[in-house]
Design a protein around this ligand. Structure first.
Ligand code: ZN
Length: 228
């Protein structure tokens, strides 16, 4: 950082994306209080964790995890909202790096070859300006040193926002919404499907269904949070 930029940052310090408090020296995007307040699941190192139980029989996966508990009144929800609706790209990258560190330390995701974000429909991506899951992947990639593949699978059907659907409507809302576009990019690989929030697992299942046609593909799953 240039001396001029450092002076500017001192005069106009950033604020925490979750609580709005002024960030102090060494803090980026999220204050230390909010960072330690993120409700960790500790699922990543555990086979048969609740995320894996939810997906069993729906997706043929190798390993699955979600890092934080999403609740209506907690810091994880504020973080997800800041990433998605306040278009905070730097926060997405930061949270992706946290994901990467946990996945690496768990030892259960070591043979992942490629990171695949759940795609947005092009129109939603245009309106939002970015795909938060893709930026989470970029953060994970910084830590795990794996390529991010965004061209193999697309969301070809515009769907209503999942968070506005009842739990029973969610599967129907996203069923058939995805299709593979360049399956050869993933042939024979072990991929990590990445999303920001998992609630019923309907979106991940629909995307994995589309990927089922890719020969020799193995799938693992990691989401930033779970609303289960
Ligand atoms: Zn805060």
């Amino acid at each position: 950082m240039s001396p001029f930029a450092a002076i500017l940052q001192t005069l106009f310090p950033g604020t925490c994306a979750c609580c709005g408090n002024v960030l102090v020296h060494g803090e980026r995007q999220v204050c230390m209080h909010c960072l330690t307040d993120l409700a960790a699941t500790h699922y990543s190192g555990i086979g048969g964790n609740p995320v894996e139980r939810l997906l069993t029989g729906r997706i043929p996966f190798q390993a699955a995890t979600a890092l934080y508990h999403f609740r209506q009144d907690n810091t994880v929800r504020s973080t997800v909202h800041a990433m998605k609706f306040h278009r905070n790209a730097e926060l997405c990258l930061l949270m992706g790096r946290l994901m990467g560190q946990e996945l690496l330390h768990s030892g259960r995701f070591d043979d992942i070859e490629c990171l695949v974000p759940i795609p947005l429909h092009w129109w939603r991506r245009l309106r939002r300006g970015f795909n938060q899951s893709e930026l989470l992947c970029r953060g994970i990639a910084d830590v795990m040193q794996r390529p991010v593949c965004t061209r193999a699978v697309i969301r070809h059907r515009y769907t209503r926002q999942q968070s506005l659907q009842s739990h029973t409507n969610r599967s129907g809302n996203v069923e058939g919404a995805f299709r593979t576009k360049k399956p050869e990019l993933l042939t024979g690989k072990h991929i990590l499907l990445v999303d920001d929030v998992m609630t019923t697992g309907a979106t991940l299942t629909a995307c994995a269904d589309a990927l089922a046609a890719v020969p020799g593909l193995r799938i693992s799953v990691a989401t930033f949070s779970t609303a289960q």
